[in-house]
Design a protein around this ligand. Structure first.
Ligand code: UT7
Length: 339
């Protein structure tokens, strides 16, 4: 892309959504054959019934390519019109090159700048903020934000405290530039990070702290390790704080929100947050029962299915909120105006 500031103020608007999930369904009963757990334990503690796993020879970019093609089709856009492709991911194909560059090449977005965002499950919200900033500064016109995860590949399938939680998916959104006078698109963001909790959700090996070349390490060190109780406490606190601060900054009342889509990690975390925020369950869409926690893909995957369920319609004021490794968090309010 070439971006030159020309003084024309724009608004970033979300015009298309798309997702791809792997074919293979892994139910709680399947999990109970792999580790000492039960459908009753998993469902009552998390709200998850099943999740999807990629095939042995698939990686995050393979799902992202298929999701990206769907988003381009919905946006009625040629891939060469994409100025920037942002891939939030916690399970990239490689440390580098960025998964985004591989996806850009395969979908034909040959004009696009392409990079990944590593902000755990908050990655999609961070990516929306980045895309919005690029568009509103005038540097980019069309930005594809595409969360892509093959978390099953970095999960220890013998660790019952983590393996039951995570699933694979890619999902995202196309952001375009709208005239500034339109009351549309992203009204604001609240983003944060607290690295003091970094070790509560970590893949220890494979980076420069514990290089892969110094291995082999036991498999668990190359997989997600989580202090579930600490992350739970953190999540319930920051989801409420982030949304409250953002609504205050926007001078909005929570009643003005038509739909809340939260990061799909745990039904109990979401229930706690909405009850504290005073958002009725009928304004909240969840699908973690069928997909588990798909990290950067979870919010756009839920938005897409909310729309299919008739809960996301043009004009709807939508609150999105996420949290994850870092530890990070973020929320945004957007008016959904796809055309
Ligand atoms: O995107 C961000 C990602 N992370 C999260 O959102 C995770 C947030 N945390 C959580 O969702 C919850 O902490 C978990 C679902 C991970 C765990 O639920 P919990 O109610 O916090 O359980 P716990 O870790 O306190 O464990 C309670 C018991 C333990 O046994 P003891 O020590 O009481 O005998 C665990 O060993 O449950 C046991 N346990 C299990 N039992 C059956 C842990 N995992 C399982 C399992 N099946 N899969």
């Amino acid at each position: 892309m070439i971006g030159v500031r020309n003084g024309a103020r724009k608004r970033a608007r979300l015009v298309a959504l798309g997702a791809e999930v792997p074919e293979r369904i892994v139910t709680n009963e399947d999990m109970a054959k792999m580790v000492d757990t039960s459908d009753e334990w998993i469902y009552s503690r998390t709200g998850i019934k099943e999740r999807r796993f990629v095939a042995e020879d698939e990686a995050a970019s393979d799902l992202a390519v298929r999701a990206g093609i769907k988003i381009l089709a919905e946006a009625e856009m040629d891939p060469l019109e994409v100025d920037v492709l942002i891939v939030p991911t916690a399970s990239p194909d490689h440390i580098f090159p960025a998964t985004a560059t591989l996806v850009a090449n395969r979908i034909g977005a040959h004009r696009a700048a392409a990079f990944d965002i590593l902000a755990g499950c908050t990655g999609f919200i961070y990516g929306l903020a980045q895309g919005t900033a690029l568009i509103e500064s005038g540097l980019a016109g069309n930005v594809l934000v595409l969360g892509a995860e093959a978390l099953s590949k970095i999960t220890d399938q013998t660790d019952r405290s983590t393996c039951i939680l995570f699933g694979d998916a890619a999902a995202g959104a196309m952001l375009v530039a709208a005239p500034e006078d339109e009351v549309t698109g992203f009204l604001g963001f609240e983003l944060g990070a607290d690295g003091s909790g970094g070790q509560d959700l970590v893949v220890p090996a494979g980076g420069s702290r514990m290089p892969a070349k110094d291995g082999p390490y036991e498999a668990a060190l190359s997989c997600i390790q989580m202090n579930g109780r600490e992350v739970f406490k953190f999540a319930t606190r920051v989801m409420v704080e982030s949304c409250t601060k953002l609504l205050e900054a926007l001078e909005m009342h929570v009643d003005e929100i038509d739909l809340l889509v939260a990061h799909q990690a745990n039904q109990r975390i979401i229930d706690h947050a909405i009850s504290r925020l005073g958002i009725p369950p009928e304004k909240v869409f969840n699908n973690l029962e069928r997909y588990g926690n798909t990290s950067s893909a979870s919010i756009p995957l839920a938005m897409l299915e909310a729309r299919e369920a008739g809960m996301l319609s043009p004009g709807d004021m939508t609150l999105l909120v996420g949290f994850g490794a870092g530890l990070t968090w973020g929320s945004t309010v957007m008016r959904y105006e796809p055309t």
